[in-house]
Ligand binder design. Structure first.
Ligand SMILES: C[S@@+](CC[C@H](N)C(=O)[O-])C[C@H]1O[C@@H](n2cnc3c(N)ncnc32)[C@H](O)[C@@H]1O
Length: 278
């Protein structure tokens, strides 16, 4: 079940990477503002050697490359070939020595090599997250290595407005065997998992950014445009009446964040940034 999920998740990211890049990685908006916090909370310095796990299309990697400069080194690792391809093209003019590798967070084999390991918006996708964390720990230099993790917090109505409605209308919305997306959405839950993997000096900060997708119609349209093809197929299979009710329910869920006069939605977006020592 787990390996089916991983295979499916890889295919999904190969399919959505170009859209993810356009919508999120290229924009420093909403949750993407966490990247600066991650790099400053970790104190990334010139000359550092950094591993960026689940680097996606290379947004964190790009900023890390600039932070470590010519004397540093950055390796971005991801299971999606299409994300890596975009990351390589997007980062080709970076000054520092930056490489990208196609590698699974649970299965790479770096040992005592990096000053810093980062993983932004990746941990909740790993079915065996403790294995991935142990792997990340092993890749760090003994005594001095530090790790930074970013996950979505529990106050993320951009997602939950849809996911709550999906619970009723599309019960198989998440692929079979998929780990819970919100399993590290609380400070305690995240800290416990990282502590269990042997890390020390753990600090978790939460930041609340805002993100406006425009009006409800714009939010709904963008959702359908950017959603993975397999989810899109499930929405299409609902038929007209159920789709209308699904959409109405989402509309109700967005009401608390919608301005009466303009109809513009402004979502809070809570993000947790964890830093720790090996
Ligand atoms: C939401 S994106 C985050 C990308 C990037 N870190 C950022 O902040 O823009 C999640 C990434 O996790 C990657 N991913 C999922 N499972 C993975 C695994 N087991 N090993 C490595 N990467 C994985 C996906 O391919 C995808 O590129």
């Amino acid at each position: 079940m787990e390996s089916n999920y991983k295979k499916g998740n890889m295919e999904t990211w190969n399919e959505v990477a170009p859209r993810y890049h356009k919508r999120w990685a290229e924009q420093m908006c909403g949750p993407m503002q966490s990247t600066e916090k991650l790099i400053s909370d970790l104190g990334v310095r010139q000359g550092d050697h950094v591993l960026d796990v689940a680097c996606g299309t290379g947004m964190v990697t790009k900023m890390l490359s600039r932070a470590v400069g010519r004397t540093g080194r950055v390796v971005g690792a991801d299971t999606s070939i299409s994300a890596i391809q975009i990351a390589k093209e997007w980062n080709q003019n970076e000054i520092s020595n930056t490489d990208f590798v196609n590698a699974d967070a649970e299965n790479f084999a770096f040992v005592n090599e990096f000053d810093v390991v980062t993983c932004q918006y990746g941990l909740f996708f790993f079915p065996d997250a403790p294995k991935a964390l142990a792997n990340m720990r092993r890749s760090l230099k003994e005594y001095t290595g530090r790790m930074g993790i970013v996950v979505h917090g529990s106050n993320t109505p951009f997602f939950t407005a849809i996911l709550r409605a999906a619970e009723e209308y599309i019960p198989d919305y998440h692929p079979a065997g998929a780990p819970r997306f919100d399993r590290y959405a609380t400070k305690d839950g995240l800290q416990r998992e990282v502590q269990g993997a042997g890390f020390t000096n753990i600090t978790v900060k939460d930041y609340v950014f805002v993100y406006s997708p425009g009006t409800f119609e714009e939010y709904w349209k963008e959702y359908q445009r950017y959603v993975p093809a397999q989810v899109r197929a499930k929405i299409d299979a609902l038929g007209t009446d159920k789709t209308r009710r699904f959409k109405d329910e989402i509309l109700r869920n967005t009401a608390p964040y919608t301005e009466d006069d303009t109809g513009i939605i402004t979502f809070p977006w809570q993000v947790l940034v964890l830093t720790a020592m090996r």
